[in-house]
Design a protein around this ligand. Structure first.
Ligand code: PRX
Length: 631
């Protein structure tokens, strides 16, 4: 299933459009099924109702583990690099990983988990996180991984939304020189989570934790009671594999649902092709398993292909900005897949951290999460790839399950800041505001996809109508991505960023409405409006305009109070970079906030604010502009 030439890409693409069922049916033959499908695809974008590989039975962990045991059992599956470089790294071969997954799957069963139950995972980037994820899949439980940066309230909302029965966590996490008390956060969350019966706690940083009798058990104790034999649960191709919460235009994150068969095929196929993975190579994706990139391209994609996947606990700048390069050198990394925000941050330290680092093993580079600016692209290309490693700028989303538009390493061309061409099976279209398709090249519009692909979301958990409204109602018969996009003269795609009220801060997706809700929860705040603005490292920063009439003491202290509130309500990742206190917000006569004006002010571009004739009170704009200049 690996594409080896541009000609083959063209042929495969053509075939995938003309006969998608045959194309994906053949790709799916490269995976292990307990029972074959009777129909490759049934679909309808109106309801939406999408089924891939109908009737087929499988377990994704048999594809990620069991099937490699015979020939590649001793090959490293996961290489774990701890936060602290002084600590030993850990290599788990496929055999070892299989054994640990089976053991932990038995622990889950012992604690009452069964097929279909939802299980929340809130863990540091340690091998046990991958083990927990795979163990859920092994027994057919649905995992819902929550990124370690979310607050107790965010966790509780997510646990309650999907009625999780069990939580898997650790005492704490290391992040650079900080320690994060994960179990404490979980304890706060669980006060408001009546569905949770058990909480399994891994010892990692050995910080004191409270263990509630009857609810909390130690991972290490449980291991003593189980063996390593655990037959994989037989799953239907369309059974739920996982839920992953992501932000949208409303205040409430939604649980994107992926199913077993299609997701597996898509994650595996795209991993193998986009990175041109070769047997024996070491692949390092720097994302966190708490996000979709980690699900698809640290765990499921690489393991389904028998690859060696590096799992890094720490951050790029700890203990020094050489850390990534040290890891590349130490583990002889062949593929490095990271985010533009990390590249920009490391770039700002100059060449010093790169001195005497052996990056000669690098063959392929990848970028994901946000548009990569040309400067960062060239730096990555020259300093890290030495001009020899193709950069795959991979565009995709939580909802798409896997990479959609991207170069195929060594096969299709790259172009700075362009995601370039759609992968086989992907039919992108650009549409104007009225939903008319914009044909031809040298055009831009809103990016939609007009035909299903196996990795696409099936629903949003517990609220199918929301899935329909968000993705399938903006334009008839199209999946709407929420992204703006340009197609250049050569037909290459360049993603220009979100066209809805979703921000992309350091590659993290955050809804402006979510941040506003959090700020508004702060006592004394009357109203707020949040917009994004260009940020050198983060890509986008968060700019909050806040009405807070009766402040106690200094404005700076009130800002800190607001940051604290946002940290409590959402998590530190959603903290505004700038807060401007204002006496009013620019509104239309019907009371709608004119965000366009606020965006301009946040960008520092007030020369042309556009049409302001519908403003209720134009004077407020002058006041905000004055205040913004002084910030
Ligand atoms: O705006 C696009 C941006 O990230 C959004 C998806 O975010 P999330 O679901 O968190 O998934 C991120 C990892 C796949 C998209 O709607 N985005 C993602 N990759 C790129 C990108 N923007 C430009 N170029 C990319 N390569």
């Amino acid at each position: 299933m690996q594409i080896t030439s541009f000609k083959q890409y063209e042929e495969d693409y053509k075939k995938s459009i003309e006969n998608p069922e045959q194309f994906w049916g053949e790709v799916a033959q490269n995976f292990q099924w307990r029972k074959p499908w009777f129909k490759v695809l049934s679909w309808n974008f109106n309801e939406p109702n999408i089924k891939w590989f109908e009737g087929a039975k499988l377990n994704i962990t048999e594809n990620c583990l069991d099937r490699h045991l015979e020939k590649n059992g001793d090959k490293p599956a996961i290489i774990w690099e701890p936060n602290n470089p002084e600590e030993e790294s850990v290599t788990l071969t496929y055999k070892m990983l299989h054994e640990r997954v089976c053991r932990f799957a038995n622990i889950l069963k012992r604690n009452g988990a069964k097929k279909g139950d939802r299980i929340c995972i809130y863990m540091p980037m340690v091998p046990e996180l991958a083990i927990a994820v795979l163990a859920c899949a092994r027994i057919g439980a649905v995992h819902s991984v929550i990124f370690g940066g979310f607050s107790a309230k965010s966790i509780a909302d997510r646990i309650n939304d999907s009625r999780c029965k069990l939580v898997i966590t650790a005492d704490g996490a290391y992040r650079g020189n900080k320690q994060i008390p994960l179990k404490d956060v979980i304890d706060d969350a669980l006060i408001g989570c009546p569905t949770v019966e058990k909480c399994i706690v891994l010892t990692h940083i050995r910080t004191p934790v409270s263990m509630l009798k009857g609810r909390d058990v130690w991972w290490e104790d449980e291991v003593k009671h189980v063996n390593d034999i655990c037959e994989a649960e037989e799953m239907d191709a369309e059974d739920m594999l996982f839920i992953l919460y992501t932000s949208g235009s409303t205040g409430k994150p939604k649980g994107v649902v992926h199913t077993c068969g299609g997701y597996m095929v898509y994650a595996g196929y795209t991993f193998s092709n986009v990175f041109n993975y070769q047997p024996g190579e070491v692949y390092f994706c720097t994302a966190d398993i708490g996000w979709i990139t980690g699900h698809s391209y640290i765990v499921y994609g690489p393991l389904s292909q028998g690859a060696t996947s590096v799992l890094f606990e720490g951050i790029p700048t700890y203990p020094s900005p050489s850390r990534f390069w040290d890891i590349v050198e130490k583990h002889k990394v062949n593929t490095l897949y990271t985010a533009p925000t990390a590249i920009r941050s490391l770039m700002s330290f100059g060449d010093e951290p790169l001195k005497e680092k052996d990056l000669s093993t690098i063959r392929v580079l990848g970028s994901v999460g946000e548009p990569i600016n040309e400067e960062a692209w060239h730096w990555f290309d020259e300093k890290i790839g030495h001009g020899k490693a193709p950069i795959v700028d991979t565009w995709w989303q939580t909802e798409t399950g896997g990479i959609m538009i991207s170069p195929i390493a060594t096969v299709t061309p790259t172009k700075p800041s362009y995601a370039t061409l759609p992968l086989p099976g992907i039919q992108p279209v650009l549409v104007d505001e009225n939903g008319n398709e914009i044909e031809g090249n040298g055009v831009s519009g809103n990016l939609c996809i007009k035909f299903p692909w196996p990795g696409m979301l099936r629903t949003t958990y517990g609220d199918h109508e929301r899935c329909k409204q968000t993705y399938f109602s903006a334009y008839e018969n199209l999946y709407f991505t929420g992204d703006g996009c340009l197609r250049d003269e050569d037909g290459y795609y360049r993603i220009t960023g979100r066209v809805d009220d979703v921000l992309n801060v350091s590659g993290h997706r955050i809804g402006t409405a979510e941040v506003e809700n959090a700020i508004n929860m702060h006592a004394g705040v009357v109203e707020s409006a949040v917009v994004g603005y260009p940020h050198d490292v983060k890509g986008q920063g968060i700019y909050a305009f806040v009405i807070y009439p009766e402040m106690h003491g200094e404005a700076e202290l009130s800002k800190k109070d607001i940051l604290q509130t946002v940290t409590r309500v959402i998590g530190a990742i959603a903290k505004p970079d700038k807060i401007l206190f204002v006496s009013g917000l620019p509104k239309t006569r019907s009371g709608k906030i004119m965000r366009r004006i606020l965006r301009k002010i946040a960008e520092g571009d007030t020369s042309n604010l556009g049409d302001t004739s519908t403003l209720l009170d134009p004077a407020v704009v002058e006041e905000i502009m004055d205040a913004a200049q002084k910030l």
